[in-house]
Design a protein. Sequence first.
Length: 327
Amino acid sequence: MATSKARITAIGSYVPERILTNSDLEKMVETNDEWIVKRTGIKERRIANEKEFTSDLGYKAVVDLMERYDKTVDDVDLIIVCTMTPDYKTPSVASNIQAKLGIKNTGAIDLNAACAGFTYGLYVANGMISSGLNKKVLVVGAETLSKITDFTDRTTCILFGDGAGAVLVEYDERQPSFISSHIGSEGEGGQHLYCTNLATQMNSIDLQGNGCIVQNGREVYKWAIKTVTNGMKTVAEKGMVNLDKVDWFVPHSANLRMLESICEKSNFPIEKTLYSLVHYGNTSSATIPLSMDIGVREGKLKAGEHVLLYGFGGGLAHAGLLIKWTL
């Protein structure tokens, strides 16, 4: 990674009010709390109401960021929203958030790398600022996955929830946050995790799901364990930091058993791993900022610490970043 001139200067988050517990799901599909917790670690998830969409959640996460860190966003010159559940095909969620915030002179784009979205968004923000093209970028990870979840499919409906997290990234060549990165994709495995749109086939395979998420959990699990453990090593090596010197690991909060396997395989302590899945479920691109913000609110994440972020999921895309926490 070229020398970074970008620094994370604020963080915020928002989740909808409605809570969907495992016992609620017992009334909807053939499952139970013990089975869900044993296999996923998830106890509950948040669900947006029928008039609440991704731009609403993302906007509220930015408002939280502004209020907590006394930040203005009037001079933000780029908004990147990482999402796979936009309110509309067009306009973008980023444009909707720009309008809600009343920012006059900013670019606005959506970025879809599914569950790797937020780390991709940070990667792009760092590149835009370090190159001199932008000075102040909002990166938002926001999802309303409940709107594309089949609540009759017990293999997927137990996993997904709604939420949003946001960070502000600003020009700062003296105290940059970004140390190293590693990104990749294995599109040939795309049929293992998808949600249909215009096409009805992928890799000559007929697609299912009728606009809802379809996942081959076993294949995604195998891919993630191999890819993330290798990727963690690569990010650490590029940053010239030993993995045992990393203070916190913040992976995409897909499934606690998956995170335990990744930590075991990479010899990284699960106690030094931040995740948001217990109370929020899998919120795709929102899991990492939600996990980071939980770390901030609980007093775990401290200034000067090394944090390894790793997003992975649909695509099959993945992206890892080593950052120095400066808040």
